[in-house]
Design a protein around this ligand. Sequence first.
Ligand code: PRP
Ligand code: HPA
Length: 175
Amino acid sequence: MDEVVITAEQINGKITELAKEIDAEYADREPLLVGVLKGAVMFMSDLARQLERPSTMEFMAVSSYGSATTSSGVVRILKDLDRDIAGQHVLIVEDIIDSGLTLSWLLKNLAARHPASIEIVTLLRKPDAVKVEVPVKYVGFDIANEFVVGYGLDYAERYRDLPYIGRLRPSVYGG
Ligand SMILES: O=P(O)(O)OC[C@H]1O[C@H](OP(=O)(O)OP(=O)(O)O)[C@H](O)[C@@H]1O
Ligand code: HPA
């Protein structure tokens, strides 16, 4: 890992802001947080702890076929939700929207299960990489179109444990 792009303090401050917005929006509804494994684990646990309003949690694991640094848009479910979300106020929690292909697919898949409402919160978004627009209600940081790791995000399963977001040298991943 070569350069810190977003510090742990900046992440924490942004989550405080997002939690306030979400608390206000869900003042009379209990959100069901749906975390997308594995990348969203850190963000989901910090966000849930900063929300003052109660929430419940579910996790889903999906995999897009493709190389470690590109997304193909073909998605398969590795782990589905444990319960029915019909009538629930679903808030999808993602670590990053890159091409948008994963979330675009996931949003359609979950919307078809008849939740009462469905919104998305993502910690990171790469506006210059987006191939398909996804209606995202809450965005932490818009970042440049470069490969980042840390705070849940991996390269070949490494670096998820870093408390900050960093940039990898292209020579590390062949980019
Ligand atoms: O917008 P996209 O181009 O579709 O990319 C974003 C997706 O890619 C990453 O997941 P990945 O498939 O690497 O799984 P992981 O969360 O287990 O690392 C990330 O967590 C998002 O889910
Ligand atoms: O920049 C990224 N880093 C790690 N995983 C990712 N999945 C999509 N984009 C990224």
